[in-house]
Design a protein around this ligand. Structure first.
Ligand code: GLN
Length: 396
């Protein structure tokens, strides 16, 4: 029989997106796949409306429309504290998902090793395998998701080609401190390793944590491939606008990979998104305030429901420990939760390399009323205990 690529045996379909399908089936409140249920900024919608008739409707420049790159370079220079040249240091991609894939294919040769912190966002394993590389894992140990510097050094001693850094981190909500980043950076310099970042939550950080860009640390720009997107910052996950920031040498190579993968990101959406990139600093301050409020609303329900969790420092996820729920499988617990309580979460095992089965992930990028609806349902956990009823596939 004709057989498909062996690479595909190394990973499964997305558990996160499978949970969304299950959530839809039970008409549950979907706190599994992380995306907002509120509108993007008004300026963006007005700009999009204008593009419908004024265009552009044909291909943009492969590595990004010039006005989009100029606006993005200006904004990132402001926040990263390093000078980003729109013509030399940027590739605009179809979401950060493509940015990461391009970064991995740009950095890695078949057989290279790549360090991934565990728990991880599920795409990183697929990205590593699809680019022909081999993942090696370093634990971020619950409940505080800290790592052991000796374990990290041992991983570097295996001479990896790259390390993937999700900061602020999905699913743990960890924000790496400057000190932690300096340690990672010094190992990357010592062992001549690329750092590939996923910084899509760069503007969703809770006081007193601060986001620090590893690319801005001394000697790191030439070995860092920074990936991010507009999805989370402007609540436009469906627009698929992401980007890579790196040195001119890396960008010249990354442009080729991007060109042959997707040609380019959608031209009308790049045009409209310039309005978002030009928003003043007050927009980002308000975003942080709004997300802090959402986090507090949701965590107060978790407290009331008696659930044990790690308080997120950034991003919009919270990992809940379900050890006390009398269930041995996080997958079965999530299936029961969506069916019987009407709230969808993601089983934590899909994020861990280690056999962790006692954690589940909720996200709180939702309107206050949605969070309250989910929260009220979770309060039922106080009186209703887990009881497996029947086997439920997660449909995908
Ligand atoms: N990053 C989001 C999450 O972790 C969305 C994932 C996706 O489906 N692309 O839930």
């Amino acid at each position: 029989m004709i057989s498909t690529s062996i690479r595909l045996k190394g990973f499964t379909e997305s558990v996160i997106r499978g949970m969304t399908r299950l959530s839809n089936k039970y008409d549950a409140v979907n706190l599994s796949q992380g995306f907002p249920d509120f509108d993007p900024p008004r300026e963006l919608l007005d700009a999009l409306q204008k593009c419908v008739y004024d265009g552009p409707h044909q291909y943009a420049v492969t590595w990004g429309a010039p006005n989009f790159r100029c606006a993005l370079a200006k904004k990132q220079t402001r926040f990263m504290g390093i000078t980003i040249d729109p013509d030399e240091n940027l590739v605009v991609t179809c979401g950060s998902t493509e940015a990461m894939m391009v970064a991995m294919m740009t950095a890695c040769n078949p057989g290279d090793k790549v360090i991934i912190f565990s728990p991880f966002y599920e795409n990183y394993v697929a990205d590593t395998i699809l680019s022909g590389a081999i993942p090696i894992y370093v634990g971020l140990r619950p409940p505080d998701f800290s790592f052991d510097p000796d374990e990290l050094r041992k991983a570097f001693e295996q001479r990896p080609k790259a390390l993937i850094l999700c900061n602020p981190s999905n699913p743990s909500g960890k924000v790496f401190t400057r000190q932690e980043l300096e340690l990672i950076a010094s190992l990357a310099r010592e062992f001549d390793t690329f750092v590939i970042t996923d910084e899509v939550y760069e503007h969703i950080v809770y006081e007193p944590s601060k986001h620090c860009y590893i690319a801005a640390l001394p000697g790191m720009f030439e070995r860092t491939i920074s990936c991010s997107s507009l999805s989370k910052t402007y609540s436009i996950t469906g627009w698929r606008l992401g980007y890579i920031i790196a040195s001119r040498t890396i960008i010249n190579e990354a442009r080729k990979v991007h060109d042959f993968l997707t040609v380019g990101a959608p031209a009308p959406l790049q045009e409209a998104a310039v309005a978002a990139l030009e928003l003043p600093d007050s927009y980002y301050a308000q975003l942080q305030k709004d997300y802090t409020h959402k986090r507090n609303v949701f965590l107060s329900y978790l407290d009331k429901a008696g659930l044990v969790y790690t308080k997120p420092q950034g991003a919009y996820y919270v990992m809940v420990d379900i050890s006390g729920m009398g269930c041995e499988s996080d997958v079965e617990f999530c299936e029961w939760l969506v069916r019987e309580i009407g709230v969808a979460a993601v089983p934590g095992s899909s994020f861990f390399n280690e056999p962790v089965k006692n954690m589940i992930r909720f996200h709180f990028a939702k309107k206050e009323e949605t969070l309250k609806k989910a929260g009220e349902r979770l309060l039922e956990l106080k009186s209703k205990s887990y009881s497996p009823r029947r086997k439920e596939g997660n449909e995908g």
